[in-house]
Ligand binder design. Structure first.
Ligand code: ZN
Length: 102
């Protein structure tokens, strides 16, 4: 199954609603944590925060006041080491996702 490791890389499997990351693009894993509000798994891919804190997309809670980078829902990304060969592209991964996953 998916393994997210700081220092590894992920590929986005969906576009961010505000364009912060793009489907099919590779990002470094700079940090991992759970949202303090509802334990939603989060990932830091090095996108700087433009305002203080973030609203949780899962429960509406507020977190990350003092963090430099934005936190995103981890499920929007797939670890790259999960891809066995370069021929297996991210489109394959997307095809395998259950319909309605977000
Ligand atoms: Zn939450």
């Amino acid at each position: 199954m998916s393994e997210y490791k700081v220092g590894g890389k992920v590929i986005a499997i969906q576009d961010h609603s505000c364009g912060r990351f793009k489907k099919g693009k590779v990002y470094p894993i700079l940090g991992l944590k759970s949202a303090p509000c509802c334990q939603m798994p989060l990932i830091d891919i090095g996108i700087p925060q433009t305002r203080s804190g973030m609203e949780c997309t899962a429960c509406g809670g507020f977190y990350g006041d003092n963090d430099q980078n934005m936190w995103f829902q981890r499920k929007a990304f797939v670890p790259l080491d999960q891809i066995e060969s370069p021929q297996v592209t991210y489109t394959k991964i997307i095809e395998q996702l259950p319909v309605g996953a977000n």
